[in-house]
Design a protein around this ligand. Structure first.
Ligand code: M6R
Length: 361
């Protein structure tokens, strides 16, 4: 039942405020400015013993993991990174007992992720799951974890589950941070930021008409560039994947800082750029990148906390805490991908060549 929406993608994009609310419900502990994650199976001593975090997933879940790794580094100051699960399992990785491994998956059935989990467990590693489908293979094989509570996701293209994964990583980062050096005041600040998310998602979705207009305009492009820096880079990668999957428009994602090392050669009027420009300590650097693109007559659509003068268009999103901004900045670009695909008459819920869960090697 699509409840009045024309596709599951549209319905699921619109379910995100409720979904995030569900991910937070019953987990916040105001007394100690932290969160309780019931199924984690990691006591304070275990949490403090973690020396590194390695996050494994595929596709959109890998991108959620990239944002998660940044949140864990920022809030808990534990070195963390994300890697595609399939790459990890084929490169004979060094498995380290002081590393906490986290497998991320919507379906909990993705073969490459499951095989990575099994290989890790065989080598004695501790593996947690960050999974949507309750009781799925990855949820069962892991030593504990976090259910992201996005609810059923039907569209092949992931939207609400991505958002809930990133929120769940925020919860985990806060929890790990508060067993270490994150202060009560910072814990409180992050909790306040988390609580603001559902209302801010509603604000973004209320801006749908502007995004639809922009999508119609940009749908003529043959190729698009997505850029972001640090927190904005995984957002750019995910937005680029979303556009490719549903519209079949070619898209590239680059760190804004890498532009001058090559991809700037592609910039011309027929190659528009979508730039993620959060109002954080890198704002001036990002503005400089927009100037570089403008100087080459590139068209720019910015997703930012304030209107960007160098951009042709800006989609303004509400500001949260710097560490949580990545959760919101991709949401308008889900709608952008949806409306671009719609303008092109694509089969939005079932893009060609793709399956909802990839249970083969
Ligand atoms: O079920 P999973 O989260 O493990 O699936 C991983 C990827 O196959 C999935 O995210 C894929 O990239 C989607 N089509 C993204 O929209």
């Amino acid at each position: 039942d699509m409840g009045g929406h024309d596709t599951y993608m549209h319905k699921e994009i619109h379910e995100q405020a409720d979904a995030v609310d569900r991910a937070l419900r019953g987990r916040i502990d105001d007394r100690f400015s932290t969160v309780h994650l019931g199924g984690l199976n990691l006591d304070a001593r275990d949490a403090r013993a973690v020396r590194r975090v390695k996050i494994l997933g595929c596709g959109t879940s890998y991108h959620a993991g990239q944002i998660g790794a940044q949140m864990i580094e920022e809030l808990a100051r534990i070195p963390a990174d994300a890697e595609p699960a399939s790459e990890f399992r084929y490169r004979n990785p060094v498995v380290d007992p002081d590393t906490l491994y986290i497998a991320v998956s919507q379906s909990g059935e993705t073969y490459d992720v499951l095989a990575a989990v099994q290989e890790l467990k065989r080598k004695g590693a501790r593996v947690l799951g960050l999974v949507n489908v309750v009781g799925s293979a990855i949820a069962r094989e892991t030593d504990g974890g976090i259910y992201v509570h996005a609810g059923p996701e039907v569209c092949v293209v992931s939207t609400k589950c991505f958002t809930n994964m990133v929120v769940s990583f925020g919860l985990l980062a806060l929890h790990l941070g508060r067993t270490r050096d994150l202060s009560v005041a910072d814990g409180k600040r992050i909790i306040e930021g988390l609580r603001k998310l559902p209302g801010q998602i509603e604000e973004i979705l209320a801006n749908e008409a502007q995004i639809e207009e922009l999508a119609k305009e940009y749908a003529e492009a043959k190729s698009m560039m997505f850029i972001g820096r640090v927190r904005g880079y995984p957002v750019a990668r995910e937005a680029s994947l979303k556009l490719k999957e549903v519209s079949y428009i070619h898209a590239e994602a680059y760190p804004a800082s890498e532009l001058k090392h090559g991809p700037l050669a592609l910039i011309e009027p027929a190659m528009p750029t979508v730039a993620i420009v959060p109002d954080d300590e890198l704002l001036e650097k990002n503005r400089a990148a927009l100037e570089e693109i403008k100087a080459r007559s590139g068209r720019i659509l910015a997703v930012a906390h304030q209107v960007q003068e160098k951009a042709d268009h800006t989609i303004v999103v509400p500001k949260n805490e710097d560490e949580l901004d990545a959760i919101l900045m991709g949401i308008p670009l889900q709608l952008f991908a949806y409306y671009t695909a719609k303008a092109m008459g694509r089969d939005i819920d079932k893009p060609r060549n793709l399956a909802k869960s990839v249970t083969v090697e």
